[in-house]
Design a protein around this ligand. Sequence first.
Ligand SMILES: *Cc1c(COP(=O)(O)O)cnc(C)c1O
Length: 396
Amino acid sequence: MGGMGTMSINLNPAELLRFAPAGVQQRTIIPVSEPSISSLEIEYVTDAIKSGWISSAGPYLTRFEEEWAKFCGRRYGVAVTNGTAALELAISVLALPLRSEVILPSFTIVSSLDAVLRNGLTPVLVECDPNTYCMDVEDVRAKVTANTTAIMPVHIYGHPVNMQPLLDLAKERDLRIIEDAAEAHGAECLVHDIWKKCGTLGDVSAFSFYANKNITTGEGGMVLTDSAELADRLRSRRNLCFGRKERFLHEGRGWNFRMTNVAAALGCAQIKRAGELIAHKLQLAEAYTRELLGLPLQLPYIESWARTSVWMYAVVLEESVPLDARSFAARLLEKGVETRPFFLGMHEQPVYANWLSDLHFPVTERIARRGLYLPSGQTLTEESLMKVVSAVRSIL
Ligand SMILES: *Cc1c(COP(=O)(O)O)cnc(C)c1O
């Protein structure tokens, strides 16, 4: 783990406490995630602000779109305000028949489900795989009906969905793929003997660049596609569908989902450092696995067809542990370690209780109660990682 966390100057609020005058409380909690902001990010962002291009026009924006699309290996990138907006926009341009069915996992963030609902489509939830926590592709196959028009695979915690059988199914049944790659910057999946980057596997693919994601713009998102027509529609709808000839004669209904040039400047610096940022995640995962092996925890499993990007180092408490994730997290916090619980499945969300409550997914329900992720941020040093490990050991 040589050099972990040593390369970056971090200027987020928690970190600034280090430079705070005497008397200001020093940081004692190891945070679950912190971004790495180097002098390059500061240079680019300063340049963007000084140039006066602080809204959504400006050179960093097009550069960020082009460079992220290129990094992933796709033709077009359309930057937006966040990953949730990216998903909603991505679905909208596919023009799927109203109320037709979109299959997605229950074990995901609410953004995935809401993107389907806000487009007037019918979500059909599936169970997740007990090893990768990604959607169970067999369950997807079982849930395809004459009314299904699309599938939304969500790569969980950096591990890809098993895309080969999913893409085969989509082809067989003529279904669109909306890929939620918000947690999978740099992850790869083997599809018919070729390694493919996550973000290249959908008709439209959505990323988030939220502060805790592997590549960040603070808040931000992007939709990738290889279709010139879809890219055109994405750009128009991101920007209120302004008329091309007559500006205020709108070509349709859109949103203001525009990313700023300032955020894009941050993103351009992060792309330059993408190799380093993703390598750091793999290193910390390797160290955690080495140190935690043998404890009653299910550690991240990596399928032979997958190259994970380790968004977060996720563990699930085995049945023998007399604590649930919530009490385990509370005990860790007492020891100065911040964690996050797993997602609560969409079928268990009270706000959707009226129409999803009769669903039952045992794996999703179990990991929601037994799973949490450990500090996995870009500023996590080997020293703090070892503190996390000894806190975990002392509780188990
Ligand atoms: C983070 C995330 C999103 C949403 O991204 P935001 O930028 O926070 O809106 C969507 N899907 C998944 C799987 C995510 O982890």
